[in-house]
Structure formats: structure tokens, C-alpha cells
Write a protein that binds this ligand. Structure first.
Ligand SMILES: Cc1ncc(COP(=O)(O)O)c(C=O)c1O
Length: 346
């Protein structure tokens, strides 16, 4: 079965990652990390501190980005009377679910469809922040499932709409596909007191099974308390931290793979974009959203199942005639395109 429905990695890890695992000294599992004696969490957070030029104590580590996001939502929505979180209208189901776990209130802010993409409605968002005064504003860039992203200036603009009472939680799980520039991360968390940026090794670095996420926080007393809350006092998984560093060092390998994904985007747009009833949205992540004629839904589902391919047929109000397809290896992308053409090309 080809699982192109969950935004995983259908390629090989880098040679550095493979070597790190093969050469790992298993004796390290007999001990907690030693770096803890220096007041640091992990060799991985220390590496990130150098890479992003942000102090180690302002780096969060977690069991995937899901853990970073859950910690932040659980902490800030239960720390006082305000338990309101704003999330994008179309977004990952998980945001609402982690707020529900602590009886938080979730409200959706507008995201609208453009000619070839989706867009945050900045004016609508501003008004909602003023009216609702949320405890957390969750921003996803790139957003799942719509695939649109924000520039550093747009992120800054959104943060400026909030007062210090609102935590701006930015889910950047797919951000490395959008740009290789990471310098803005420091600028955002240094310039504002209320920002958390969450990233992961699961998407661009292709290691969803490793379960390693990381984040960056602003400088404030409140954020320091949150960092202590989310910290793990006996350190982190000693193999994962080494594999994580190896992955971050293999940018070139993963950029090459991102180029294969660019080719796939082009193919889908060229071959499906002008078919009647189709729309191929611009995507800056490792997946692409495609609108198809709704009357073909069942035939498409049958055809995909018959070929042992899974893609995600969206099934939400106002987003039910789209499918989200993970960008995979060249032959997988070709196959998906052919399955769609076999059903939809007259
Ligand atoms: C928007 C978004 N954020 C975060 C995650 C989860 O990342 P992780 O594997 O690091 O928990 C996903 C997974 O699909 C996602 O779509």
C-alpha cells in the first residue's frame, strides 16, 4: 500500500542519519544524558541553539511537534480564566482536539480561497483578535490541508495584532519546504514577548517515526515558566538526539528531495489544472490539495483503492471536493496522476 494520505516521507534518510544509527554506542542507553550537569536539556537543543542563534534555555524539545503544541495549549488554556484559542478555519484537526482535552474553547478565524490558493483574511483576523481577546492565537504556516504559507513579514504583522496577553503559537511543521531561511525565527522570538514557534523533524527531514519536535520561545517570565513546565528533567532519548543532529546536518540531501516535490507540483498543475472541474492549489509543503468534480468522488476512491494507493479525500464543510495528496517519489506521483486522469479525462 502507498500511503500518500498522511504527509510522511517516501524517500530514504540521508547517509549521515543511517551512519549515526549504525554507529550508535548502545552503552549510552545505560545512562541519562551528561549534558544535564551543564544545565542543558540535550545535545540536540544545544545544536539547535547554535543553528538558530537562540539561547538553549529558550528551546523546547518534544515527542514530535504534537507534543510541543499539546504542552503549549494545555498550559496556557488552563493558566487563568481565559481558555479561548483561535485557529484557522481550515486546519489540522488536532488543534481543536487538544483544546477540547482541557475544556478549552476553540473559535475559527477566516481563511478564504483565492484563484489558486488559500489565504488568511488579515482584516477578519484582526477584528476577531480584538473582539475575542484569545489566550492563544494559533497560526499554521504552511497550513495543513490548504498548503498556503506566510512570509516572515506577514507573521510579524499578525503578532503585532495581538497584545502580550495572547500567546501566538506558530505551527511551522512544514516551514522548511517554504524557505531555507531560518534567521527570521530569532527575529520573531526576540522582537516579541509572546511567541512560540514549533517545528519538527517529521516533514522536511523525513523522520516522522523518530518523534522529535522542537520549538523556540520569546523571552519573558511567563515563557520561562512554560519552558520549565514542558521540560523533561532526566533528559531526552539519547539515540534520537544524535539522529536529529545528523538530519539537520544533511540539509543538502533533503533539499534535493524537496526538488522532486517541486517537479510533482508542476506535473499536477500542468496535467490536471485545466481539466474541467479541477483546481490544483499552490502548495508550499510536502502535500498538494486538488479540487475535483464531486460527482467523480466515488469512482476516484474505487480507483485509488484498486491500485493500493491512499490519498486523503477531504470531508469537511466547505472542503469536501478536495483531495490532499502527499508528494512522494517520482513514480508514485506519476501513478497518482494517471489514476486521476483515468477517471476524469474524457
Ligand atoms: C500541521 C502539522 N503540525 C504538526 C504535525 C505533527 O508533527 P509531528 O510528527 O512532529 O508530531 C503534523 C502532522 O501531520 C501537521 O500536519
Amino acid at each position: 500500500m502507498n500511503f500518500l494520505d498522511r504527509n510522511e516521507f517516501n524517500f530514504q534518510p540521508s547517509q549521515e542519519v543511517i551512519n549515526t544509527i549504525h554507529n550508535f554506542d548502545i552503552g549510552k542507553f545505560c545512562f541519562y544524558t551528561r549534558i544535564y550537569d551543564q544545565g542543558k536539556k540535550s545535545i540536540f537543543s544545544e545544536y539547535l541553539a547554535g543553528m538558530f542563534d537562540i539561547e538553549e534555555k529558550r528551546i523546547l524539545l518534544g515527542y514530535g511537534a504534537e507534543d510541543i503544541l499539546k504542552n503549549a495549549v494545555h498550559y496556557f488554556l488552563t493558566k487563568g480564566p481565559n481558555n479561548k484559542m483561535l485557529i484557522p478555519k481550515f486546519s489540522w484537526w488536532y488543534y481543536k482536539s487538544i483544546a477540547d482535552e482541557v475544556d478549552g474553547q476553540t473559535l475559527q478565524y477566516p481563511v478564504y480561497e483565492t484563484e489558486d490558493s488559500f489565504c488568511y483574511d488579515m482584516e477578519g483576523l484582526k477584528k476577531m483578535i480584538e473582539d475575542e481577546k484569545p489566550r492563544i492565537l494559533l497560526v499554521a504556516s504552511p497550513n495543513n490541508p490548504t498548503g498556503n504559507g506566510l512570509t516572515p513579514d506577514e507573521l510579524d504583522h499578525i503578532i503585532n495584532m495581538t497584545s502580550g496577553d495572547t500567546i501566538v503559537l506558530i505551527d511551522e511543521a512544514y516551514a522548511a519546504f517554504l524557505s531555507s531561511d531560518i534567521t527570521y525565527v530569532k527575529h520573531l522570538v526576540d522582537a516579541h514577548p509572546n511567541v512560540i514557534i514549533s517545528r519538527t523533524l517529521s516533514k522536511f527531514y523525513g523522520l516522522p517515526g523518530l518523534r522529535l519536535g522542537f520549538g523556540f520561545i520569546s523571552q519573558s517570565e511567563e515563557m520561562e515558566k512554560f519552558a520549565r513546565f514542558s521540560n523533561k528533567y532526566l533528559g531526552y532519548d539519547r539515540l534520537s538526539e544524535e539522529v536529529g543532529i545528523a538530519a539537520l546536518k544533511s540539509e543538502g540531501h533533503y533539499r534535493q528531495i524537496a526538488n522532486v516535490m517541486d517537479e510533482a507540483r508542476k506535473m499536477y498543475t500542468e496535467e490536471l489544472g485545466s481539466l474541467p472541474g479541477f483546481k490544483v492549489y499552490k502548495s508550499v509543503a510536502n502535500f498538494i490539495l486538488i479540487k475535483y468534480p464531486i460527482e467523480k468522488k466515488e469512482a476516484l476512491q474505487v480507483a485509488f483503492a484498486g491500485e493500493d494507493y491512499k490519498v486523503k479525500f477531504m470531508n469537511e464543510p466547505a472542503l469536501n471536493q478536495q483531495m490532499r495528496i502527499t508528494l512522494g517519489r517520482k513514480e508514485q506521483n506519476r501513478k497518482v496522476c494517471d489514476i486521476i486522469l483515468s477517471i476524469c479525462k474524457q
